[in-house]
Design a protein. Structure first.
Length: 177
C-alpha cells in the first residue's frame, strides 16, 4: 500500500490552494460515534455544537479547559479517499471537515485564516499527527505515509474557531490571504 500512497502523492499535492469543495462534515457526539449532518454550528466558546470537544478534548489548557487550538480538524479529501478503503467496516477518522484543499505548511502557514460558511477558523500551531487509531483503522502504511511528509500535513490541520458561524455542505472552504 505504501507504494500506492506514494504514487498518488503528486495528485494530492495538486489540491486547490485557496478555494475548496467541502466533501464531508462530521460530528463526534461520543468517542467512536460519528454523525454526518448537512451543517455544523461553530462556536468560539463551545467548538462544534454537539461535538465532544468541550467535554473530552485530548488537549487541555493548564486550568483543565479544552484547548481552543484543537476545536476543528480539517482533513484533505484526497488523503481520506486514499486511506479509507473499507467504508462499510472502518469508522470515519472523525475530522469535522473533509475538503479538497492543499493543507501543506507552505499553503497554510500557522495563523492562516480560513472561511467556512459564515465562520472563520485559524490554522493552529498544534500539529495533527497520525496516531495509533489511524494505524489501526487504515494500516501501518497509511500512518507511515502521513508521518513521512510532515510539511505536507497529509493528516490535515487543527484549527481554532475565530468567528462563530454555520458551515454547510454547499459552502466552500476559502483561504483568506
Amino acid at each position: 500500500m505504501l507504494s500506492q500512497f506514494n504514487a498518488a502523492l503528486p495528485n494530492v499535492i495538486l489540491a486547490p490552494k485557496t478555494d475548496a469543495v467541502i466533501d464531508c462534515l462530521c460530528l463526534r457526539p461520543d468517542r467512536g460515534t460519528r454523525a454526518f449532518p448537512d451543517h455544523l454550528t461553530l462556536s468560539q466558546s463551545h467548538g462544534v455544537i454537539g461535538d465532544r470537544w468541550l467535554t473530552t478534548a485530548w488537549l487541555t489548557l493548564p486550568d483543565g479547559r479544552p484547548d481552543p487550538r484543537v476545536q476543528i480538524s480539517i482533513l484533505p479529501q484526497r488523503v481520506l479517499d486514499l486511506v479509507w478503503q473499507d467504508r462499510e467496516n472502518i469508522v470515519h477518522p472523525g475530522d469535522q471537515i473533509v475538503a479538497d484543499l492543499d493543507m501543506s505548511e507552505e499553503n497554510l502557514p500557522i495563523g492562516t485564516l480560513i472561511r467556512v460558511g459564515s465562520a472563520v477558523l485559524r490554522v493552529s500551531d498544534e500539529p495533527n499527527y497520525g496516531c495509533v487509531k489511524w494505524k489501526v483503522r487504515y494500516g501501518a502504511d497509511a500512518l507511515k505515509w502521513v508521518e513521512s511528509h510532515p510539511k505536507l500535513r497529509l493528516r490535515g490541520v487543527l484549527c481554532s474557531i475565530e468567528q462563530d458561524g454555520v458551515v454547510t455542505l454547499q459552502d466552500r472552504l476559502q483561504v483568506l490571504r
